[in-house]
Design a protein around this ligand. Structure first.
Ligand code: MF3
Ligand code: CO
Length: 383
């Protein structure tokens, strides 16, 4: 039973959850007809490691992969392989992260392309079951409160609720007590005390609730081959309710500094306020630069773009203004995310200071400008 209250440990737990939510988001965005579940596994593993975490499931009781990828009637623990996803299927993606000894667990079920209405409803109703389970978490409450909330929503709608598996405590390991079943009676079962970390994870079918494990020793499927969905979050019980630990850290902003020959790029995160530089784009050929920029915006799930706006010392548009105005007009034509501009005088000054101090290597100026641009924008929108 993990009770996590020390500030420094809570901070590491949050970081674990943030790495996980980011990696899962990246994996979800890669789902499309034709991709294999093994490719998704590689994407998930790379994303976790890039962010400084470790895949928590890999080698856990002999499990062979980073990701659990469960297609259609597979409920959970599907092992990634060379099978290609097809339009109309649904896939459960379940990931675990370990970061400096702190474990988090999260899952979603998503469509592959366009899917039939009953599958859409199953996904929406399972997600709602998780929301209601989360809403039942409070100090002094019980695991039975959570199960009752989930069961009370799903059963009247005719769904099967998987009972052989349940949610669980975690924090210092992938699985710890207490069990958190998806059925139950209010005020029954172990108490939810402040600091307790649990994963809530309804597993839902449109047919029989019973499941079996396949010969690979892992893949859990419905006995009647009916479709199944699975959503999961890790939360920490607090003095007033709960804190979502697997919070989407993917609220990202792209900073763009349009130079003469290069476009400096940096990607900032709203939850951390920090931005990381990306290699600048060469603007020798716009027909090559645009697709790269569009791909970056899509793959990083960018929510808005900040473009440096050139003003001279008197606050009037500088000589570059016309080029940048054109760039922004073109950008708005090509992408759907909002584009904002920020006065680039401050960031330009900061870059000059760095140049004088010779702390910059050639070619770093553009990206540094973009990094400062995003960080000042994030700071200002935080206030
Ligand atoms: N996410 C699963 C759960 O919540 C754990 C997967 S264990 C593994 O119980 F071994 F399959 F990775
Ligand atoms: Co779990």
């Amino acid at each position: 039973m993990a009770i996590i209250t020390a500030q420094e440990e809570v901070a590491r737990l949050r970081r674990s959850g943030q790495i996980l939510a980011g990696a899962l988001g990246e994996t979800v965005r890669a789902v499309r007809p034709g991709i294999t579940t093994r490719q998704l596994d590689r994407i998930a593993e790379a994303a976790i490691r890039r962010a400084g975490g470790q895949p928590a499931f890999k080698n856990y009781q002999g499990y062979p992969a980073t990701l659990c990828a469960s297609v259609n009637s597979q409920v959970v623990h599907g092992i990634p392989d060379s099978r290609r996803l097809r339009e109309g299927e649904i896939i459960g993606l379940d990931l675990g992260v370990e970061y400096q000894g702190l474990y988090t667990d999260q899952a979603v079920t998503v469509p592959v392309g366009k899917i039939a209405p009953p599958a859409e409803r199953l996904i929406a109703d399972t997600r709602q079951a998780l929301e209601l389970g989360l809403a039942a978490v409070r100090p002094g409450g019980t695991t039975g409160d959570i199960g009752a909330a989930i069961q009370g929503w799903l059963e009247p709608r005719g769904y099967g609720i998987v009972r052989q598996l349940s949610g669980h405590g975690l924090g210092h390991a992938v699985h710890e007590p207490p069990a958190v079943p998806n059925v139950g009676r209010p005020a029954s079962g172990p108490e939810l005390t402040p600091g307790l970390v649990i994963a809530i994870e309804p597993m839902v079918t449109i047919g029989d609730w019973r499941v079996k494990t396949q010969a690979d020793g892992w893949t859990v499927v419905t006995v009647d081959d009916s479709l199944a969905a699975h959503f999961e979050h890790t939360v920490r019980v607090t003095d007033s309710g709960y804190e979502l630990i697997t919070a989407d850290g993917g609220r990202t902003v792209l900073g763009v500094d349009v130079g003469e020959k290069k476009i400096g790029l940096a990607i900032g995160n709203r939850s951390t306020g920090l931005a990381f530089v990306r290699p600048p784009l060469l603007v020798t050929s716009w027909s090559q630069a645009w697709p790269k920029l569009e791909q970056l915006i899509a793959s990083e799930n960018i929510e808005s773009v900040v473009v440096g706006w050139p003003l001279n010392a008197q606050g009037q548009p500088g000589p570059q203004a016309e080029r940048i105005r054109q760039f922004i007009a073109d950008l708005k034509q090509r992408i759907r995310v909002p584009v904002v501009t920020r006065d680039e005088r401050l960031t330009t000054q900061a870059v000059r200071r760095e140049q004088r101090g010779r702390r910059l290597r050639r070619g770093q100026e553009d990206s540094l400008a973009a990094q400062l641009l995003v960080e000042s924008y994030l700071e200002e929108s935080r206030r």
